[in-house]
Design a protein around this ligand. Structure first.
Ligand SMILES: Nc1ncnc2c1ncn2[C@@H]1O[C@H](COP(=O)(O)OP(=O)(O)OP(=O)(O)O)[C@@H](O)[C@H]1O
Length: 917
């Protein structure tokens, strides 16, 4: 029951030097040895270390961190990419090219495989790094006794010999032997055992593995309840967790649903490519009368043009970029996949205090005995006996300081200080029953001038329920009758109706320290209540409004009074009229399907006075209704609900380590508006992935159709594009613009549309039609018109030979170059077109994606090199066309882009008309 900061014992100054060094070398003392022996072995004492000694030990033992596993080596990573199934397809293509006698092509494909592997592993590495870098946003802290007082230090600075405070909600940061206290710990991270176990300083040392010893706690495990002091005996890699980490293989990164879907799409496309190659090979030979080697080249062309090699790594990188941009807005996510889940959030279940409000409480009204003081009395007021008793009670039953701590406690403390009542070191405290969110009460047993008192504060109805008498203004007591109870209820209701948090305060004279909580918190004398305001955060109303336009529901789930909750909900715009308030008690009586039904009705609901366990039921009911749920939480008991939600959101500032562990996303500023910003970022990343998929789709049609014309004309029309030129587009000119599309700013209206359904596919029919059928088709017509114009102007007639040595050969090379440059030009138009899915490009700003502009500049330079540098010309079979023809290319981008602008405008018009009808 005693807090660690109250334990005072003789301080031993450890003998610095050799022992620590010896232990660092040998792996540490036996933590199960008798405590006195352990102190000796660690040169430590119950009062902890001196800072200077701790610093020395830190240099000896090193920081208390798990050394990162050796990264997979570059070579291994590359090797993995080279034998990637899609790469294997390219190997087959290279082999075919070799067999067909086109060695240049075979080598080119091998270069492509190598480049691709390099590119993919660089992208994966960057993605990995983005997630790893997030840990620095959330340094872990530990409370230790140093220089004779409790201090908060970085967990990485813990050293053997430190005396560590372990409290509810903490993640234990080192292996330690309990000195005093009793804690319930979750050892699942170490043992896999999901049932929590008790660990007590008084437990005897047992045989068996160290994790079975009932007086030891371990790094990486969580304290679920209780509190204790413990002597750190192992840190960093010498902890049990460190040993496991050293042994275990690194865990593979889990693939997100989006990546899975895209992988499936990539395979589908690859299968179509292989199928097409197999079908067209005999058609080429037997129908078109092609030579076997030409037919091979043709089949390889189809394969190479269609296999979407770069798609997957590009998506991984887009998600990683999303993770980084989320961190910048204050939302640290732990998995890449969280980015896309965020984008499809349907419901946000949010706490009130600190998330919607500022968590800056101020006492504005107070009732002591029969007197309501609204506004609350300021400094210099001379309190009557009742008000004085109330001030003493809220000061004694309090763990905050006037300048730090839980704001619900700081506010009454400041108020009492204004009346001249202070008790900074709680010297008279004999016992404490910590605030229990289920009971909504906190009590302390305090000795004052030889008299023992129980002081209680908490939710007024809970306090009142335990009261049998009430104080008078002069300090005397009288029995609490029903009529007075009703009057008090009405007074509390009036305060709560104004959005104020109300704390009931009571006390009882004691003769001995009660054994248990139930025994203590009974037959109390009601002293009065304090009412506090906690203003909504200024940015919340706008964030709430954004949620509403984005079709996202907000459900407030709070431990506070229903009326307080409803008032705040109205103030920030969560509800427009009177919401349906469901209390924890009502919720407990509801059957699962009743709750599902209630939540399915989509009315404005506020859950008040709910226990953390009830949050779990709410998350489950919403998920059963197929909604994607984001749920906030801060206490230890919130952890199961956070795990159950699609996106568990923990508070970085006020939350416990346990909730941070259970969460998918951690808000560094505890702010509701940040959740909304994260949802918007999630939607943007998903949209951007779709954008570059359309972009990549769009070049397929102009690459494949020329081959078909060649085959179906039985070779009368020469091949308008060589296989190497296709490779130059897919793996050269198109790469950077595609990547840049992954960084596209948000499209206007992003948060004006309803959330995407969980079942929606990332690649759908309209996208395929837009990419292949619309943009691709326009590009094909433009490109082929360029090709034929050039050939015809050179005097070509169908069937005329164009091979090396023939008079038309130069013109033919110019014509294929024209096809190549035509596709590149059209892709520039496509890149601008796909930047928006619905809106006009003007609305996002034509030049607002700088990265894309640079990507396009690269595309142009790369294409120019292929066409103009003589040795490269020979490899790719290019020859620059005359300037007039080049000028024609300038028209291609605006045509492709303009056509799509018109298509989008027509679509918007149709939508508008439909919404008017
Ligand atoms: N430190 C405390 N001591 C006594 N009573 C408290 C304390 N903190 C809160 N309470 C009471 O318990 C109620 C529930 O508080 P709790 O902190 O569990 O709510 P919560 O779920 O965190 O609230 P929110 O959703 O607003 O963040 C409060 O309305 C208040 O009456």
């Amino acid at each position: 029951m005693e807090t660690p900061n109250r334990a005072r014992r003789g301080r031993t100054v450890p003998q610095p030097g050799t022992v620590a060094e010896k232990q660092a070398a040998t792996g540490g003392p036996d933590p199960r040895a008798p405590l006195a022996e352990l102190y000796r072995a660690l040169s430590a004492g119950p009062e902890g270390l001196e800072t200077a000694e701790a610093r020395r030990r830190l240099t000896t033992y090193g920081p208390n961190e798990l050394r990162r596993q050796r990264r997979r080596s570059w070579w291994r990573e590359l090797g993995r990419q080279v034998v990637h199934p899609l790469a294997l397809l390219l190997w087959v293509a290279a082999a075919l090219a070799w067999v067909a006698g086109t060695a240049v092509l075979a080598v080119a494909i091998l270069v492509v495989i190598a480049l691709n592997a390099l590119f993919a592993s660089a992208q994966e590495r960057q993605a990995e790094r983005a997630v790893e870098a997030l840990t620095r946003y959330l340094p872990r802290h530990a409370r230790v006794r140093r220089d004779g007082r409790w201090q908060e230090i970085l967990a990485a600075e813990l050293v053997p010999g430190d005396v560590l405070a372990v409290a509810e909600g903490d993640r234990i940061s080192a292996d330690a032997r309990l000195i005093d206290g009793l804690v319930e710990v979750d050892l699942s991270a170490l043992t896999g055992e999901s049932q929590p176990v008790y660990r007590s300083a008084d437990a005897p040392s047992s045989a068996g593995g160290p994790t079975e010893a009932a007086n030891l706690v371990f790094s990486g495990t969580n304290c679920l309840s209780g509190e204790a002091r413990a002597l750190v005996h192992a840190t960093g890699m010498r902890t049990e967790l460190g040993r496991i980490a050293a042994l275990s293989q690194r865990v593979g990164r889990e693939e997100s649903p989006l990546e899975k879907q895209v992988r499936r799409v990539a395979w589908l496309i690859a299968a179509v490519a292989v199928g097409a190659g197999l079908v067209f090979f005999p058609i080429g030979v037997f129908v078109a009368g092609m030579s076997i080697s030409d037919a091979f080249t043709f089949a390889i062309g189809l394969l190479v043009a269609n296999v979407p090699e770069g798609l997957l790594p590009t998506i991984t990188l887009a998600l990683a970029v999303g993770v980084r941009s989320l961190a910048r807005v204050g939302a640290v996510v732990k998995r890449l996949s969280a980015v896309e889940t965020l984008g499809s959030t349907d419901v946000i279940c949010t706490d009130k205090t600190g998330t919607l409000t500022e968590n800056k409480m101020r006492v504005v009204a107070v009732r002591a005995a029969d007197t309501l003081l609204d506004p609350a009395p300021g400094p210099g007021t001379r309190p009557d006996a009742a008000l004085c008793a109330l001030a003493v009670a809220v000061t004694a039953c309090n763990n905050a300081h006037v300048d730090s701590g839980d704001p619900t406690e700081v506010a009454p403390l400041r108020f009492a200080a204004d009346l001249g009542v202070t008790d900074p070191d709680h010297a008279g405290r004999r016992a404490q029953f910590r605030f229990d969110p289920k009971l909504r009460l906190m009590s302390t047993v305090d000795e004052e001038a030889g008299q023992l008192w129980l002081h209680t504060k908490g939710a007024p109805e809970e306090v009142l329920r335990r009261c049998t008498s009430v104080i008078r203004a002069d300090g005397s007591e009288r029995p609490l009758d029903e009529a007075y109870r009703k009057e008090l209820d009405a007074a509390v209701t009036a305060q709560a109706g104004q959005g104020r948090r109300v704390l009931g305060v009571a006390r009882r004279r004691l003769t001995t320290v009660p054994a248990g909580r139930a025994d203590a918190e009974r037959e109390l004398t009601f002293l009065g209540f304090v009412a506090m305001v906690d203003p909504p955060r200024p940015e919340v109303p706008e964030a709430v409004a954004r949620c509403h336009t984005a079709g996202i529901r907000i459900i407030m789930v709070t431990g506070d009074h229903g009326l307080t909750a409803a008032a705040i909900a109205r103030q920030v715009g969560i509800t427009r009229g009177e919401p349906t308030v469901i209390t924890g008690a009502q919720l407990d009586r509801m059957a699962a399907n009743e709750l599902r039904h209630l939540l399915g009705e989509r009315r404005d609901v506020v859950f008040a006075r709910v226990s953390p366990e009830a949050k779990l039921h709410i998350a489950e009911a919403l998920r059963a209704n197929h909604e994607v749920v984001a749920m906030t939480g801060d206490g230890v008991n919130d952890a199961p609900a956070l795990r159950r939600a699609d996106i568990g959101v923990a508070m970085g500032r006020t939350g416990t380590d346990v909730t941070r562990e259970a969460a998918t996303m951690i808000l560094t500023d505890d702010n509701f508006a940040t959740i909304v910003a994260a949802v918007a970022a999630g939607r943007r990343v998903y949209d951007n992935v779709r954008k570059f998929i359309v972009y990549i789709f769009a070049h397929l049609t102009p690459e494949v159709v020329p081959f078909l014309i060649f085959a179906l004309s039985a070779g009368t029309v020469p091949l308008p594009l060589t296989v190497l030129q296709i490779l130059a587009i897919d793996l050269g000119t198109d790469t950077l613009p595609a990547l840049a599309l992954g960084r596209e700013p948000a499209e206007p209206g992003l948060m004006n549309r309803p959330p995407r359904r969980r079942s929606d596919k990332v690649v759908n029919a309209p996208m395929v039609i837009r990419g292949w059928g619309f943009l691709g088709l326009i590009a094909t017509v433009l490109v082929l018109s360029g090709f034929f114009t050039l050939l015809l102007r050179a005097g070509w007639t169908p069937g005329a030979p164009t091979g090396p040595g023939t008079p038309l050969h130069d013109a033919y090379r110019e014509a294929t170059t024209m096809t190549f440059l035509g596709i590149v030009s059209c892709q520039i138009g496509t890149a601008f077109a796909v930047r928006t899915e619905h809106a006009s490009l003007r609305s996002v700003g034509v030049f607002s994606n700088r990265l894309l502009l640079r990507g396009i500049a690269f595309e142009i330079v790369f294409a120019a090199l292929i066409v103009t540098v003589p040795p490269v010309q020979d490899v790719f079979g290019t020859r620059p066309p005359e300037p007039a023809m080049l000028a024609l290319l300038l028209a291609f981008p605006p045509i492709v882009w303009g056509a799509d602008e018109l298509r989008r405008a027509a679509r918007r018009h149709r939508h508008q008309r439909r919404s008017l009808i």
